[in-house]
Design a protein around this ligand. Structure first.
Ligand SMILES: CC[C@H](C(=O)O)C(=O)SCCNC(=O)CCNC(=O)[C@H](O)C(C)(C)COP(=O)(O)OP(=O)(O)OC[C@H]1O[C@@H](n2cnc3c(N)ncnc32)[C@H](O)[C@@H]1OP(=O)(O)O
Length: 253
């Protein structure tokens, strides 16, 4: 299986399990996350939903370039982009804290998955970045929209998006993109983070999550995501994007 989904204490953890591909997201991972989010949405006793990656090298390296490279035109790319953008929007709307347990590199769409979460815990070795610009596209799973709808500083958000580079954990913590860093095992860090939440009645936690969702919806998040997906699809079909992906896929041959 390309993913795992397990209940853990009062929460649930979705794990992308393709370490040989640095946990790149393919269709199977998308369907697994979609089903996990749907199940979590109906679980009234759940207190948190976490996403992480298998192995120690990566949280998620974004879309599986070997799979999605076959998509050439905007019409071909749009359904894939829309599908994952919808899954991440539904995940972000879960009525409980959604936590990105960033155990390693989170780049491209992997950084977008983390951005759709409420909290980002980053391992000290993790490097994260919206590197889509190096492939001549923008984010396409809603990452820019989630970032801009939440960001304290638009300038910091825009700079992260437009520089399209990876950032070490220290920078991510200093900028406020990361909620906090950790150096020990991801499970230990997760338990440490959720412990204070578990001392508060779940109805209070859910009420504050609903307040955060109202703020994001007031910013027009869903409309922003639709426009972002359309823009990414438009850029997707340009030769510059296909050349950049080809270079990556050929670099190991
Ligand atoms: C809207 C989302 C958007 C989209 O879907 O197009 C994106 O996500 S665009 C961004 C796509 N992601 C990338 O461009 C990242 C590519 N990967 C890397 O930069 C590196 O692999 C990194 C930094 C994540 C890890 O580097 P490291 O040196 O630790 O590993 P390798 O590069 O040697 O990779 C090991 C192995 O994994 C394969 N791999 C890694 N990332 C992907 C990927 N995104 N898709 C497919 N395969 C990936 C890589 O080819 C190697 O495979 P091997 O068979 O061993 O050659």
């Amino acid at each position: 299986m390309a993913f795992g989904f397990n209940y853990r204490g009062t929460g649930a953890v979705f794990t992308i399990d393709r370490p040989e591909k640095r946990n790149a997201v393919n269709g199977e991972v998308m369907d697994g996350l979609s089903a996990a989010v749907e199940e979590a949405a109906g679980n009234n006793s759940l207190r948190y939903f976490a996403v992480t990656g298998a192995g120690g090298a990566a949280f998620c390296s974004g879309g599986d370039l070997s799979e999605f490279h076959r998509l050439k035109t905007a019409e071909e790319a749009a359904p894939m982009l829309e599908k994952m953008a919808d899954i991440l929007l539904r995940m972000s709307r879960l009525p409980v804290p959604v936590i990105a347990l960033i155990n390693g590199h989170a780049v491209g769409g992997g950084c977008e998955i983390a951005t759709a979460c409420d909290y980002r815990l980053v391992h000290e070795t993790a490097r994260c970045g919206y590197i889509q610009g190096t492939l001549a596209i923008t984010t396409g799973w809603g990452g820019a929209s989630h970032l801009l709808a939440k960001a304290g500083s638009e300038a910091i958000a825009l700079r992260m998006l437009t520089e399209s580079r990876v950032h070490p954990a220290g920078e991510l913590i200093k900028s406020g993109w990361a909620t906090e860093g950790f150096a020990d095992e991801p499970d230990v860090a997760l338990d440490r983070f959720v412990a204070p939440l578990e001392r508060i009645h779940p109805s209070v936690i859910r009420a504050y999550k609903a307040a955060a969702l109202r703020k994001r919806e007031a910013a027009g998040l869903e409309e922003m995501i639709r426009a972002e997906v359309a823009e990414c699809a438009r850029l997707w079909e340009a030769e510059a994007h296909h050349e950049a992906v080809g270079l990556f896929l050929n670099k190991k041959k």
